[in-house]
Design a protein around this ligand. Structure first.
Ligand code: COA
Length: 328
């Protein structure tokens, strides 16, 4: 059985937070943020908007493009590190919002690699015959776990969601998922993590809040180096597995964390800038949502040449990393 991406969708909050806005919140500057990260602005959820809100909207748009009804979906995989609640899964809430009554639904925790991990699971469900039509979603409201007084982290992240419909198919004429590859390296889990609200620093213990142990924490410099190496390794694995070289790739959609990470990865791979899709200047790092948002924008803008090879590469906390190769 072959695997095909038949629809893409994305949803972003309407509220924009610019670098100039951040200058009024913390000791930072547009020049610093732009030169160190490439980010100019990010979207921020407002009251009444949750991870499920954006996930469901992105999924509706992907379903519309695929021409699929919610009841046809037999699996919903939602990558997120900012679920609506620790439980039940946000995927179950999205199932309810969509009316996808025939779906099994679960969340997936792989940080910024959540979408690629989700695609990998979807691929395996389809190849094994366990599912036919799957929604893979990445959705985050990171603005609710960052410390808005910490300039090292608060300037980097944003909110939003992206989704794809993945289907079983006999043919290989277009949008065929060629392979997915996933990796983990747990020895560096504490370089990028949310300190509180789990069982180590529970949200039910007042000290978690009082001592500031609730927020996202990151060793930016270390993460940077691992990210470049991890994305390169994942990209090379995908190329090798399909007997391809960088010259066979018409578009790279990398995880949108930092322009300098993307540039360094592209340099190692020998990929020129016009073959890389970038939208991080508008959204910042939206973790698991970053690749599916970029994929949806690239698709709707006609940036992906029919019949060409599209490579997606992710890296995130865990560490987790991975890649997916699609013949569009
Ligand atoms: N505005 C102004 N100055 C800032 C700042 C901000 N928002 N954030 C940090 N600084 C300061 C630091 O305090 C430090 O000052 P000091 O030298 O007086 O101590 C200085 O800038 C340099 O910090 P450094 O950490 O060396 O900068 P950097 O060039 O490594 O850039 C990151 C920092 C976070 C942008 C960079 O390390 C990075 O992008 N890392 C990867 C993060 C990421 O993408 N994570 C997610 C991956 S999935």
């Amino acid at each position: 059985m072959n695997v095909k991406i038949t629809g893409t969708g994305s949803a972003l909050p309407g509220k924009i937070l610019t670098n100039a806005d951040l200058e009024r919140l913390v000791d930072t500057s547009d020049v610093w943020i732009t030169s160190r990260t490439g980010i100019k602005e990010r979207r921020i959820a407002v009251e009444g908007e949750y991870t499920s809100t954006f996930a469901a909207e992105a999924a509706r748009r992907a379903l519309a493009m695929a021409g699929a009804q919610p009841e046809e979906i037999d699996l919903i995989i939602l990558g997120t590190v900012t679920p609506d609640f620790p439980f039940p899964s946000t995927a179950c809430i999205v199932q309810d919002l969509l009316g996808a009554t025939n779906a099994t639904a679960f969340d997936l925790s792989a940080a910024c690699s959540g979408f690629i991990y989700g695609l990998s699971i979807a691929e395996n469900y389809i190849r094994s015959g366990s599912a036919k039509k799957i929604l893979v979603i990445g959705s985050e409201v990171l603005s609710r776990i960052v410390d808005w007084q910490d300039r090292n982290t608060c300037v980097l992240f944003g909110d939003g969601a992206g989704a794809v419909v993945v289907e079983a198919t006999e043919d290989t004429d277009c949008h065929t998922l060629l392979s997915t590859h996933t990796f983990s390296n747990g020895s560096h889990w504490n370089l990028l993590y949310q300190q509180g609200s789990g069982s180590r620093n529970p949200a039910t213990d007042r000290r978690t809040i009082d001592e500031g142990r609730i927020y996202l924490a990151m060793e930016g410099n270390d993460v940077f180096k691992h990210a470049v190496r991890g994305m390169e390794e994942a990209a090379v694995k995908a190329l090798d597995a399909n007997g391809l070289t960088t010259s066979d790739i018409s578009l790279l959609i990398p995880h949108q964390a930092n322009q300098r990470i993307i540039d360094a990865t592209a340099k190692r791979l020998g990929l020129d800038a016009n073959r890389i899709f970038i939208n991080l200047h508008r959204y910042g790092n939206t973790s698991s949502a970053s690749i599916p948002i970029a994929l949806d924008e690239a698709n709707r803008q006609g940036r992906i040449t029919p019949g060409s090879n599209l490579l997606m590469v992710a890296f995130g906390g865990g560490f987790t990393y991975g890649s997916a190769l699609v013949n569009w």
